[in-house]
Design a protein around this ligand. Sequence first.
Ligand SMILES: Nc1ncnc2c1ncn2[C@@H]1O[C@H](COP(=O)(O)OP(=O)(O)OP(=O)(O)O)[C@@H](O)[C@H]1O
Ligand SMILES: [Mg+2]
Length: 286
Amino acid sequence: MSSTSPLNGRRGVTIAVTSGKGGVGKTALTVNLAIALAQMDLRVGILDADFGLGNVDVMCGLTPLSHIGSVLSGEKAIGEIGATTVCGVRVFPAGNGVRALTSVPGGPWARLQSGIEDLSTTLDYLLVDTGPGIGDTALRVARATDRALVVTTCEPTALVDAYAMTKLLLTRAPQREVGLVVNMARDAEQGRHVARQLALAVQQFLGASIRYYGHVERDARVAESVEAQRPLMSLGTECPAARAYDRLARRIAPWMPPAAREVAAPMPVGMMSAEEFARTEARSCA
Ligand SMILES: Nc1ncnc2c1ncn2[C@@H]1O[C@H](COP(=O)(O)OP(=O)(O)OP(=O)(O)O)[C@@H](O)[C@H]1O
Ligand SMILES: [Mg+2]
């Protein structure tokens, strides 16, 4: 186990990266956040749960040996699917163009859930990239993890869909903690503004809170790195998005699995009530 590993014999943390709206940057965030966490000497994996349309391996320039389909079919255990790695991050691909995987029925679902649990015993962090939409698969994946990070951009359509996803996550589990990342923001102020809008809606209509973890700037380097199939965080580039991924990783690194919450380090960003938000986020984003 790595020296900074928070496991101490316990299971790691599983985190779904989800959104509602497609194309908001979930996969880019998942990949770069995972690498940033791995660069902190943590054991990290990515499970691509955008079944049948997986992009994680493509974004990382990997040639997968097999995909999650063989786990869902019961052919293999998740640990046997021959994960490839990028910058030390183990990648469990979703398969691409496999139509049978686009809708996961009951039986295979149980296998996937126990696969996620299995992986959590060998990793400090398992990031689970979900597909777009609020359909059964994306929701089930998000609910099967310890935590959810909802990603939105600053566009009202993305915000409305992020609210829809948050609502569905909290409806069945009101105590669940939902985190928020605002991607493709102009700057910290715009990120905070968008987060405040969502927080107010969540508070007003759901009587709940979300935690804002920060923003990632719109940065052409992200798109360039996707084109080059080399994740931004693997390049050592100094740019706003790379700094943002690193900052987010530092905020997430103290997360603990549910059983270990009593010993968890204090969260870097406070539970975001409307009043508290401006103070806390301004301080932590400084
Ligand atoms: N911070 C950013 N700045 C600029 N471009 C970005 C940023 N984040 C993501 N992108 C670009 O946005 C596009 C969509 O990103 P990505 O594939 O990660 O979205 P997604 O939410 O996973 O999409 P889907 O819902 O289809 O899975 C990509 O072309 C990527 O390069
Ligand atoms: Mg994606």
